[in-house]
Design a protein around this ligand. Structure first.
Ligand SMILES: NC(=O)c1ccc[n+]([C@@H]2O[C@H](COP(=O)([O-])OP(=O)(O)OC[C@H]3O[C@@H](n4cnc5c(N)ncnc54)[C@H](OP(=O)(O)O)[C@@H]3O)[C@@H](O)[C@H]2O)c1
Length: 406
């Protein structure tokens, strides 16, 4: 056999092995996605164990506090994993958290090779897990299908590295960029399939945030409704500087069933969480006393309130993100409207934009997804980077990453 032929055969064998490995990692990615909405603030992780060209075990991280993907994969084994290859979408943990280290399980099960997708930026994991595996004589491949694996965990990466929630601004607009008609009507701009998709997003992110304008205009519930699927309702966060929220609106009426936080801005009251002042005599004529009375009424309905004023008399959104992160909220779906969206962009808290574009034209000067004052020059535009385009029913779903965010 000539040297060239031999090289060609070797190259084609390598390509085949690569393709087969991709198939296993793709399977691990599919498994990881099944944990959506249940693992926060942990990452989504999937794992597949392969021996002699067969998948002999697989698993994913199903619920926060419970077994990690690798341990679930080992639990599914019907035969020994000695000499097998483990495909895992994120570096295995090597520390004692709510669960024992996965590196121990990999070593105990005599795995020969570990193929890893994403690098875990958690300082407790970092490079240590790969070092531990290599020290035990296990071959390790890092960064395999890295981009695809990374995209599973935008929320986790932001939360673990910056201790801030990953914020996704979502809206539905017409092709001429309107989110309501000239009379304020906004039901429904997007089609049924897009609206169903939004409920998947509401299940995925732990929090959902809107401005008081949207509450007053639409009286929404902001819960998660998905057919034939166990779902978790997001925690509702309402930005309402002057506490205008009506006590009989749907959000207040359902606050005992679905966790709700109202952020307001009052520089005459102390900043931070408002403790229950139920027994305090707070009836009276002055504005602060009326506000205190409203606070008590909202608390009685089961709502948490936080006072975070900015210099402009509005809610300080950066401070709000800090509070929410400290409260374990790792991801937020921002559902508008245009005024709050503008502040969120200006405060640099938005990481991603998901726009549903409907095949409709409203015309006129009605609301657009981001209002505010607007920029003067094209060069002052917020820079975005295309992430994905997908057709959903008759609409287009377009996702962008926001560049230069915090
Ligand atoms: N098509 C869609 O996808 C979609 C989605 C959502 C909403 N909408 C439509 O949008 C309309 C509502 O939009 P909108 O612009 O009037 O109201 P909005 O953005 O929902 O709420 C704005 C209000 O939030 C309060 N707020 C508190 N803190 C703020 C901060 N830091 N920055 C900005 N605002 C803050 C302000 O009132 P205070 O100063 O009194 O607190 C402000 O006026 C409705 O017609 C709704 O149907 C459409």
């Amino acid at each position: 056999m000539s040297k060239n032929t031999e090289e060609n055969i070797n190259r084609s064998m390598d390509q085949n092995i690569e393709k087969i490995s991709e198939k296993y990692m793709e399977r691990a990615i599919e498994l990881a996605k099944k944990g959506k909405g249940a693992v926060n603030p942990n990452p989504l992780v999937g794992a597949v164990i392969v021996k002699k060209g067969r998948i002999i075990g697989e698993g994913y991280h199903q619920k926060y506090g419970e077994f990690h993907a690798e341990r679930n994969a080992f639990a599914s084994l019907k035969e020994s994993a000695e000499g097998a290859t483990l495909y895992v979408t994120l570096s295995p943990c090597c520390h004692h958290g709510k669960q024992p280290p996965c590196t121990d399980a990999i070593i105990e099960n005599k795995i020969k090779k570990v193929v890893i997708g994403s690098f875990d930026p958690n300082p407790l994991v970092g490079k240590k897990s790969v070092e531990t595996l290599k020290k035990a004589g296990i071959e390790v491949v890092e960064g395999f299908l890295k981009e695809k694996c990374d995209s599973l965990n935008d929320v986790f990466f932001k939360y673990i590295t910056k201790k801030r929630p990953y914020v996704v601004m979502k809206y539905a607009m017409t092709l001429d960029g309107k989110i309501a008609t000239k009379t304020g009507e906004s039901k429904w701009i997007s089609g049924e399939k897009s609206r169903a998709y939004v409920h998947k997003l509401r299940n995925k992110y732990k929090g959902i945030m809107v401005g008081i304008g949207t509450v007053l205009a639409d009286n929404p519930i902001l819960n998660c409704r998905l057919k034939n699927q166990k779902v978790r309702n997001p925690i509702r966060i309402i930005c309402d500087s002057k506490l205008q929220i009506p006590l009989d609106c749907n959000i207040v009426k359902t606050a005992k069933e679905q966790e709700t936080i109202i952020a307001f801005a009052n520089d005459k009251l102390p900043e931070g969480w408002i403790v229950n002042k139920k027994n305090e005599e707070n009836k009276g004529e002055n504005k602060e006393e009326i506000i205190k009375e409203k606070i008590s009424s909202l608390q009685e309905k089961g709502i948490r309130l936080i006072n975070l004023f900015s210099e402009k008399g509005k809610i300080d959104l950066v401070k709000l993100m800090q509070y929410l992160a400290d409260d374990g909220i790792d991801g937020i779906l921002l559902e508008g409207g245009g005024t709050l969206n503008d502040s969120a962009m200006a405060s640099n808290i938005v990481d991603e934009i998901v726009a549903f574009v409907a095949p409709k034209i409203f015309g006129g000067k009605s609301l657009s997804p981001v209002i505010g004052e607007g920029v003067e020059k094209v060069s002052q535009a917020y820079p975005l980077e295309l992430k994905e385009i997908q057709q959903v029913g008759e609409d287009l779903k377009i996702s962008y990453k926001v560049k230069n965010n915090m």
